[in-house]
Design a protein around this ligand. Structure first.
Ligand SMILES: NC(=O)c1ccc[n+]([C@@H]2O[C@H](COP(=O)([O-])OP(=O)(O)OC[C@H]3O[C@@H](n4cnc5c(N)ncnc54)[C@H](O)[C@@H]3O)[C@@H](O)[C@H]2O)c1
Length: 341
């Protein structure tokens, strides 16, 4: 089997590339190598038989068209992904997350052999009051430039599927975590700062609730979705763990796993428009026999160990990638006025 994976140098894409190669697939990885890419996430893979890397933008339709030819599946993980950055620079999210998807869809028209899998997020539904869980038919209500771009991309997938009879599967996942994730994201940011004994900037009261899925469990969900019989329409499927905790709980667990006092946690001014709660109903995915195998505390322990053992990989994002400037803009003033918990 042949796959075109986009965004394979990022967090999720790098795990997917490895998983497919291990199963004997041929994999072409198309990645624009933005600040979020880390080629070290794929170290050792370059030399593997069946792996090809192409540096390029998914918005380059002729390039994508050439790469799609002969692929059995196209898995789209290329995107701008950080909500905080979407609040600072919304336009880049429309480029990668909406225009990029339209470009992929244009390239896929006329290539009936390739099944398209598009990665989306629980954030397209906006905040949900308990006990509500979003099933696959929940209406969209995105609130950030990131989630609005992801919702717009999904609407394009639906429109192309409806108009041109293109098969497509949209996988909406809750928050995913594990090795290889960029240090700007909540869990890696807190782990790497806790390792260094630096204050942990927690937005608002920290009571925002998120659902967390370990990366290996996401990969097994994706493989289950790829194995489904093909349909001639668009199909959505949710991959969530059902394990929902507050950000404060996650921060406290990270302090405990890194043997740091909770006094490192500093409540800071909240992110504007911060959604309070996301929750997915993943019974369709569970109906395929899929189950998450890694409970949050075990996954966090594994993740903390990985960041402790592999600074040579994650620290690449700290140098020459504009991270310091971003951290300064996002957190420095907030932290200056912050007290301990
Ligand atoms: N991480 C999560 O918790 C999570 C949860 C749900 C959905 N998602 C979605 O999963 C996908 C992957 O997320 P991630 O966390 O691995 O992201 P990431 O930021 O770690 O990686 C994104 C990758 O895409 C590449 N890229 C960006 N724009 C590109 C373009 N125009 N052309 C080609 N490559 C480009 C980057 O260079 C990078 O390697 C995204 O669609 C994201 O919205 C992520």
């Amino acid at each position: 089997m042949r796959a075109l994976v986009t965004g394979g140098c990022g967090f999720i894409g790098s795990h997917v590339v490895r998983a497919l190669l291990t199963r004997g697939w041929e994999v072409t990885n198309l990645d624009a190598l933005t600040y979020a890419a880390n080629p070290l996430n794929l170290s050792g893979v370059e030399a593997q038989t069946g792996y090809t890397f192409v540096e390029g933008d998914i918005c380059d339709t002729p390039l994508v068209r050439a790469l799609v030819r002969g692929a059995d599946v196209v898995l789209n993980f290329a995107a701008e992904t950080h909500v905080d950055r979407s609040l600072l620079k919304p336009a880049s999210f429309v480029h990668a997350d909406v225009q990029g998807v339209v470009s992929l869809l244009d390239a896929l028209r006329g290539e009936p052999g390739a099944a398209f899998f598009h990665m989306s997020t629980d954030e397209v539904f906006g905040a949900l009051e308990p006990p509500l869980e979003a099933d696959e038919d929940q209406p969209f209500a995105p609130t950030s430039p990131y989630s609005a771009s992801k919702a717009a991309a999904e609407l394009q997938v639906r429109a192309y599927s409806h108009s041109y009879g293109m098969p497509a599967t949209v996988i909406r996942a809750c928050n995913i975590y594990g090795p290889n994730q960029h240090v700007e994201k909540f869990i890696p940011l807190f782990i790497t700062r806790a390792i260094a004994g630096e204050p942990l900037p927690l937005y608002g009261d920290g009571r925002q609730q998120r659902e967390w899925l370990y990366i290996d469990d996401f990969v097994s969900a994706l493989l289950a979705a790829i194995a489904l019989p093909r349909v001639d329409c668009v199909r959505a499927i949710h991959a969530g763990s059902g394990e929902r905790v507050t950000n404060l709980d996650v921060a406290t667990s990270i302090c405990s796993l890194t043997a740091r006092p909770v006094s490192l946690i500093r409540p800071v001014d909240d992110r504007p428009g911060h959604d309070r709660r996301y929750a997915l109903d993943s019974s369709r995915m569970r109906g395929l026999g899929w189950r998450p195998m890694v409970p949050l505390l075990s996954g966090l322990a594994r993740t903390v160990s990985w960041y402790q053992e592999h600074p040579e990989i994650w620290s690449r994002a700290l140098s020459g990638q504009g991270f310091e400037g971003y951290f300064e803009e996002q957190y420095r003033t907030r932290l200056a006025g912050a007290d301990t918990l």
